[in-house]
Design a protein around this ligand. Structure first.
Ligand code: VGL
Ligand code: ZN
Length: 238
């Protein structure tokens, strides 16, 4: 039995205990990415109601938070004579410089006020290392350190992910690409995402990249997670 477990087999009790095998991943639904924030994503607040609607359909709702120290290497303000949008290289990794945003413990880093947090069972912080950025919810941009999200999902035998949030062309895209690489059946909830669009067309290009990598592009109305029965909708703590 224990050898079966190590090969990924699950007993029926494991199955009923874990319930649904899919999870909703809410990417960076934080004040600084909404209009009025430090790094506003156009129309970013429109996705909050979609997050609230979808959260009711999943047993496993997981959120990521961009969570930077003030001395973070992605902030233009931490360089002499650099402005947001410029590209630098830090320890061999290319980095776009951003306005100071999502600083740990600040209002800008908090969840959007309209977001129903009651359904979120676990929060994964990223971008905490001052030396390297982390667009993906799974790994930093150098793929050096895991946030723990992949391990969390695999421990619960979650096989399918529905990803939405901000921003399509950065944190959603890299989260989705890592999810596919890690072997998750990965769906992008397109109407639940908005893009920064530093260059016009970035949004469409990101969608194509995710599709080419093997992610399915879907809309919130079509999201019906496997095992989303009434009992499966009980919230699970982290
Ligand atoms: C993000 C730029 C910098 C994002 C985070 O959440 O997409 N973008 N930090
Ligand atoms: Zn950031």
């Amino acid at each position: 039995m224990s050898s079966q477990h190590s090969q990924g087999w699950l007993s029926s009790t494991d199955r009923s205990r874990h319930g649904s095998k899919s999870a909703l991943i809410l990417v960076d639904l934080q004040n600084d990415f909404l209009p009025g924030g430090a790094l506003p994503v156009p129309q970013g607040s429109e996705v909050i109601s979609i997050a609230n609607k979808l959260s009711l359909r999943f047993k496993h709702v997981i959120a990521t938070l961009d969570w930077h120290p003030l001395n973070h290497a992605s902030f233009a303000a931490n360089y002499r004579a650099r402005v947001p949008g410029e590209i630098v290289e830090i320890n061999g990794v290319s980095q776009i410089l951003w306005p100071t945003h999502c600083v740990q413990q600040t209002t800008g880093a908090q969840f959007a006020p309209g977001l129903d947090q009651s359904r979120i069972s676990c929060v994964f912080h990223k971008g905490t290392d001052p030396e390297i950025d982390s667009y993906s919810g799974f790994y930093d941009n150098g793929h050096r350190r895991s946030t723990g999200l992949g391990e969390f999902l695999k421990e619960r035998a979650i096989k399918e992910l529905f990803v939405m949030g901000l921003a399509t062309d950065y944190c959603v895209k890299f989260t989705v690409l890592d999810a596919v690489t890690l072997g998750f059946v990965t769906n992008v909830v397109r109407d639940g995402c908005r893009a920064v669009n530093l260059k016009s067309g970035d949004e469409q290009q990101s969608i194509e990249e995710m599709r080419m990598a093997g992610a399915a592009i879907t809309d919130s109305d079509a999201v019906n997670p496997t095992g989303s029965t009434k009992s499966a909708r009980q919230k699970e703590e982290c």
